[in-house]
Design a protein around this ligand. Sequence first.
Ligand code: SF4
Ligand code: ZN
Length: 311
Amino acid sequence: MRICDICGKKEAKIHLRYARISLCEECFVKYYLNRMKRTVEKYRMFNREDRIAVAVSGGKDSIALLHAIKTAYPEYDIFAIYIDLGIDGFSEKSREIVSRITDTLDIPLVIYSLKEKKGYTIMDLMNTRYSRRICSACGILKRAYMRDVARENDATVLATGHNLDDVVEIMITLFIEGKFKDILSLNPAEPPTHPSQIKKVKPLIKHYGWENKYYVKFNNLPSVKINCPLSGGARSLRRKRILSKWEEDEPGIMRSIYTIFTKKFSPLIKKEEVVLNTCKICGGPAIGEICSRCKIEEEVVKMKYIGEEEI
Ligand code: SF4
Ligand code: ZN
């Protein structure tokens, strides 16, 4: 039996190859929380004065984030937001899990249902030209509604469950696509750049996805185990699988990539001040006259209208 390297008493249940240590459940949870607290403090993500909105999807990352923030900062003003995308066989289950965990942790939950509020679901996007890049369109809608709901509920900061794997995958994708300036927006804390926005933070940016999985397991938390049925061939999932194989061969490689990008690469890129316009339809941030969310929704309305005419 291997003994925990921190307490020296209990049986080790997890081996962190990148740090060359084995930990028992209790010490791993403390180790995990300490790293999150250091990240929050280092990047001045939030403090006692803030009202913190936590974006929760029901997956392991956001469930771990919600529980970790509540455990590390029990006195802080925290609430959760769930965007119900209306994805068949997936959203309902996710919504149930989010309701269960927020009840258990006694955290107020705000649910925004696309179907109830806007009359469409992500499934409707499958009949539009967005069907081939459904995840990118879905991401635009989620981010826009998350931002609006957080602001409407007086949040001063919005926390998301992005983990190290997510961020490294996006960094590499942006690098391959030559979108170097966009890498700058992957900061752990992003201040608002438009009046409709609030500060966004990623407290788990230094945690691997599998560490979130173990945090959820060791704390006996529920999380959605099924995959979104629309995620099938998502390129990001494929790239993450390749990255985790690389990590298996070279423990710590993702942490090294993240550090090189943030400390060595990003400072070489000149930050361009992009002045955002205000969307003529929703008042959100836009590059042109209309924001990406409203463009997607115009398309949905058009397709629905055509569908009705055909009937
Ligand atoms: Fe949306 Fe794609 Fe995630 Fe499904 S997998 S919830 S479509 S971003
Ligand atoms: Zn808009």
